[in-house]
Design a protein around this ligand. Sequence first.
Ligand code: S3P
Length: 434
Amino acid sequence: MTATRHAPLTLLPAPGLHGSLRVPGDKSLSHRYALLGAMARGCTTVRGLSPGADVRSTLECLRALGVRIDTVGPDAVRLDGRGPDAFRAPAATLDAGNSGTTMRLLSGVLAGCPFRTVLAGDASLSRRPMRRVIDPLVAMGARIEAVDGHAPLAIDGGALHGIRWVSPVASAQIKSAVLLAGLRASGTTSVEEPLASRDHTERAFPAFGLVLERGDRVCSVAGGQQAVAPAEPLDVPGDPSSAAVWAAAAAALPGSEVHIQGVGLNPLRTGFLDALARMGARVTLDVQEERAGELVGAITVSHGAHEALTLGAADIPALIDELPVLAARAALGGRLEVSGAGELRVKESDRIHALVAGFRTLGVEAEERPDGFVVDGTRRPTGGRVDACLDHRLVMAFALVALGATGPTTIDGADVVAVSYPGFDRDLARLTGC
Ligand code: S3P
């Protein structure tokens, strides 16, 4: 299983951030291109793949299922797809590491495979709810054993039938797991969600020759479709969730300006830019191209004012992963009140509790609410020593608070940031000039 991480990161306050950069490839898209490339017939080349540990977990699981994956350059792989019928029963338990996307999306793929697979993860992933994918996949005909709704999952896949699944939560992972299973089911499979979640799976399907019908918060696939490898390499744009930390830092620290190129600008991921603008930052978004159905371009963010912002349930899906860095931005001036974000409690950590506890340790005025939090940035943080709680997004949020603190900050377990952003501390040093 995944080793426990312990390395601390110590940061000193910084006067501001300046510069231009590219961030590593988008994690959500990388998982999808890898899974679809493995399910497709033909060779799929993916460039700019997320170099993080989460996507490596997906690649390793696919290799264990018998998929040949060659590294063909830095952050580039070629998947030799032979269709899901060529997957073979793995010799050992598959390790999804810290990655919820690996475990949930792969469960959807394995639901249609006629053998038994056991999927496990690290301590954080083993605490996260899996019933949300188990229930629809079992309704489609898979047999799945879990430990009180948690990993490890033992999946006995096989013949599936289509269903209409009404998901109680807006979750792209649930939606994607069901759609991937639906490709192998008889009849049509539909998923309806209460609010629109990120639609990368829906946008990726046509690139692999798959037909999907989309309506308002609902999408459907016909079963029995075989994915085909795209003729051209797929280029993954930079991860907007990684870009968000620099955007939030530039917004928070007076005199700052950052320019991030080649970043994914899917409208269901860029809610943080709107939030930063409403909190007083100057934000420019420049959509430059469309790649495999995804918008890609540049963002420029500079410090403006410190305004208060209130976010509610309808705002959450488009910025769910960015709430920790938006909270950190508020900790350095202004105020952020969040409700309708109970999903934060089941991320890599209980992000409401761990964020508020960590912020308080760093001298930030913060209050926990059942489904959100309030952060007040009138008092300057002091810095201190906090634990990352196996959560990469908390490392980024605590690091941002550290930049505006009066004293040094040490983040224990900070190397978990490599789940999505290896090289985070190098980029931080470059942008702050420290
Ligand atoms: C993701 C979906 C979101 C997000 C996660 C990545 C994805 O999770 O928070 O970081 O790639 O589908 P949920 O589906 O649980 O909302």
